[in-house]
Design a protein around this ligand. Structure first.
Ligand code: FAD
Length: 495
């Protein structure tokens, strides 16, 4: 009979389709689920405020689910290695299991920890629990990593369907004595003072919440996904991103749920155009998640530096006042402000609006994408180093398969197109709710009578635009020309 197995849990906080846990249960001895809180091992990217809120509730939910199986979550804080060794010694464990991560600091740490654990005589096994396809096996014909999404996703699909998800273990044997554990509350993850009411209202962290959301989306949302996914006022997307980030649901579960719903369109059939089947359209987004992790795995410098190195020379501006206006949702562009306030209130923002606010920051304000990524990192419940980095670099035009820099979103037109009734704006920018929908995306253009009827005083109740979009657009294009021409002159210094 084998000794105990310590399952080192990180961003895989679930029981179903948890390969590290399933293999530990299959070994036959006691299983010791362990979470070590070690933010200092995450380099420049320890979990932000919204992520810590989520983590608290996710760990609590996991502990409850484990207790229903006669087990529990052992919680420690401090460096991972001594805690793993200590827990292994106290439970007479001879093996450590964990699921791999993509983040550069975590990979570095995991490699070092693994060597030390093996040197201490422990059997160590790492599993793929967070991706459909491991980043190192997806390669171009020349054996290189991909930098363009569509060929990457086609290559993934050519590898075949991922295996069906594993069931949750039906029982987990406890060790003869549980090692000492911190309380989850003792980790101090919850915000003080408590500003998280909006997030508590919007989300149910944990595996059950994830399963419920996946089930509801599969039943009620998937069929309309292609049409509704760009409408921020409706619940047209799955909102699974925080659950996927914390591993409360696995991408394999998501893949197979979509395939069950959509048949062959979701599987390895030849690629179809976007939207040809609801499942295929949705799985493409899961494909973007895979792509983001692939890019981070192969280009680990990208959270700090642009993939396209010419952008190192881009003449970004330091503009703390306008950056603060963007963060607080006070730019005077209603769709931008609604997005930033949705983020502040709920810890999440609709994807279409994320693209608009990101474009506004890097192109209209010329504030560097790293500032935007850092703000998102602190405020998003789904903050994910791979997804956040890829998408900010996409928005800035400096990353893999990025939007061309010269494509600059007009925030008024984007608002009118994707929120035609101004419902999203009215929900998150209540001072504009009484304004007639035709004026909601550009209140400064509204006739004074319409403003009076809405009892809206511009500048007092709601700001005028902090930049003129047309002027800002031209300035951004000139700035872009400087890196194209290889010139180091900064045209914005005199602007
Ligand atoms: P759905 O449309 O239901 O998609 C299903 C899943 O696919 C998502 O949960 C997510 O895991 C994945 N996905 C969808 N779109 C993308 C995408 N563009 N890139 C990568 N994966 C995607 N997503 C994060 O999970 N964490 C982040 O930190 C993050 N930062 C972003 C920053 C910017 C500037 C932008 C433009 C996008 C960012 N995204 C990020 C991607 C995207 O906005 C969210 O994944 C999506 O809004 C989540 O909503 P959903 O779960 O309803 O998505």
């Amino acid at each position: 009979m084998s000794g105990a197995t310590v399952v080192w849990l990180r961003q895989d906080l679930r029981l179903e389709d948890q390969p590290a846990l399933a293999a530990a249960a299959a070994r036959g001895g006691p299983v010791v689920p362990l979470y070590v809180h070690a933010p200092e091992e995450e380099g420049d990217w320890p979990p932000g405020s919204a992520s810590r809120f989520w983590l608290h509730h996710s760990l609590t939910a996991l502990d409850g689910d484990l207790r229903r199986l006669g087990s529990r979550l052992v919680v420690r804080r401090g460096a991972s290695l001594p805690n793993l060794l200590d827990v292994a010694r106290r439970t007479e464990a001879d093996a450590i299991h964990f699921c791999a991560r993509s983040e550069p600091m975590a990979r570095l740490r995991d490699g070092l920890v693994r060597r030390e654990l093996e040197a201490a005589g422990l059997e160590v096994a790492a599993f793929n629990g967070h991706l459909l396809y491991e980043p190192q096996i997806v390669r171009t014909r020349a054996g290189e990593p991909f930098k363009v999404f569509t060929p990457f996703w086609n290559a993934c699909r050519a590898l075949g369907d991922p295996l069906p998800p594993l069931p949750a273990p039906s029982r987990l044997d406890a060790p003869p004595a549980w090692p000492v554990s911190e309380t989850i509350a003792g980790l101090g993850l919850l915000p003080q003072p408590d500003w998280a009411e909006g997030m508590r209202f919007a989300w149910r962290p944990g595996e059950r919440g994830a399963r419920q959301r996946l089930g509801e989306f599969q039943r009620d949302g998937l069929d309309d996904y292609a049409a509704a996914r760009d409408r921020p006022a409706v619940a047209g997307t799955s909102r699974l991103s925080p659950h996927l980030h914390f591993g409360e649901v696995s991408p394999r579960q998501v893949f197979h749920a979509a395939q069950e719903h959509g048949g062959s369109g979701a599987g390895v059939s030849p690629p179809r155009s976007r939207g040809s089947s609801p499942s295929a359209a949705w799985l493409r987004e899961i494909g973007w998640r895979e792509f983001a992790h692939h890019v981070l795995h192969h280009f680990p410098h990208t959270p700090e530096k642009p993939l396209r190195s010419e952008f190192d020379r881009f003449p970004w501006r330091r503009d703390p006042d306008r950056l603060a206006a963007w963060q607080r949702g006070r730019t005077g562009y209603p769709i931008v402000d609604a997005g930033m306030r949705e983020l502040w209130k709920t810890g999440w923002m609709h994807n279409r609006v994320r693209m608009v606010v990101a474009s506004f920051l890097v192109k209209d304000l010329l504030v560097t994408w790293q500032e935007g990524a850092a703000w998102f990192w602190d405020t998003l419940v789904d903050a994910d180093l791979a997804n956040n980095t890829l998408n900010w670099q996409w928005s800035a035009g400096c990353g893999a398969d990025a939007a061309p820099y010269f494509r600059i979103f007009n925030p008024v037109l984007q608002g009118r197109r994707f929120d035609p009734e101004g419902e999203y704006v009215a929900r998150f920018v209540p001072e504009l709710a009484r304004l007639h929908p035709t004026h909601r995306h550009a209140p400064w253009l509204a006739p004074s009578r319409a403003l009076e009827e809405a009892e809206l005083v511009l500048e007092e109740d709601y700001p005028r635009p902090i930049v003129d979009h047309e002027t800002a657009r031209k300035r951004a294009l000139i700035a872009f020309q400087t890196i194209r021409a290889g010139s180091r002159r900064n045209p914005t210094q005199t602007a």
